[in-house]
Design a protein around this ligand. Structure first.
Ligand code: FE2
Ligand code: FE2
Length: 277
């Protein structure tokens, strides 16, 4: 056989190109079913790219403001639980997209950090799949309720990898640790044990994401996690008060590696209503 005429296997796209495809696609199934194929490599010395608007399927309604989140007794109605699960599902999508965004925006960050971001992107899409299963159980599908891209817009406004872990990992994901158990309890009280278990499972896995942020805050910043330094790194007008629930889930947050002094300071912030996501 003449080797010169044999077509070589096509070079797989690099990690960055795969993630860019994920961010930009407006095909719902391509977006929701995305994963980075085995064996795909990071591009050495990739140029920074900021993708500030993810693709959205035309059939989805993207709202400027989200309707009020159903809570407590309202969740006895399956439609209300589906609406809430849909909001959480869209949080997972935006989290996955933010991790992809950060890989592309900060190619100069350590490879180990970018590998971690790709792994977390995959975990968020697994969470999305779990919520999708629950949504279907209740008779609804992705796209049945409006979505809002507030989290992505905020997260993609940061200027460095250190600001990224401060806002996304310690801010958004940290706050979720406070909210998680409460929502699971409401689902259980509404008689939805399956939903409650999914919420608890995802909540437990999110502790690892906050731990990732603590670790990288310290490695990228070159100092131990410090509350005042964290506050300085948050984009204005966001303050730490936004990133806590009505009560701090100290045990979940301690498991994620947040120390006593940090949690004492956070506990002294008066909780504010989270900007509508
Ligand atoms: Fe998640
Ligand atoms: Fe997460």
């Amino acid at each position: 056989m003449n080797e010169k005429t044999t077509n070589p296997a096509p070079e797989p796209l690099g990690v960055e190109a795969e993630l860019e495809r994920f961010l930009r696609t407006s095909d719902a199934e391509e977006k929701l079913g995305f994963f980075v194929p085995e064996g795909v490599r990071f591009t050495p010395e990739a140029a920074p790219r900021r993708i500030e608007r993810p693709g959205r399927p035309v059939e989805w309604t993207v709202a400027a403001k989200s309707p009020r989140t159903p809570t407590g007794r309202a969740l006895e109605r399956p439609e209300a639980r589906a609406r809430l699960l849909h909001t959480f599902l869209h949080h997972e999508l935006q989290a996955a997209e933010l991790f992809a965004f950060a890989v592309l925006a900060f190619p100069g960050a350590p490879l180990e950090f970018r590998e971690g971001l790709v792994r977390l992107c995959g975990v968020e899409l697994e969470h999305l799949g779990l919520y999708r299963g629950e949504l279907r159980r209740l008779g609804f599908e992705v796209g049945d309720f409006p979505v809002r891209d507030w989290l992505f817009g905020r997260g993609a406004s940061v200027g460095s990898a250190l600001e990224f872990v401060s806002l996304v990992g310690l801010g958004f994901e940290g706050a979720n640790l406070d909210h998680s158990a409460r929502f699971a309890r409401w689902f259980r009280e509404a008689g939805d044990e399956d939903g409650a278990r999914v919420l608890e499972r995802i909540g437990a896995e999110e502790e690892g994401h906050v731990a990732f942020a603590v670790r990288w805050f310290e490695r990228l910043g070159g100092e131990e996690l410090d509350y005042d330094r964290w506050c300085e790194l948050l984009p204005r007008p966001l303050t730490p008060a936004v990133f806590r629930g009505p009560t701090i889930d100290r045990r979940a947050r301690e498991r994620a590696g947040l120390g006593r002094v940090f949690l004492d300071r956070l506990e002294h912030e008066a909780p504010t209503s989270t900007p509508r996501r």
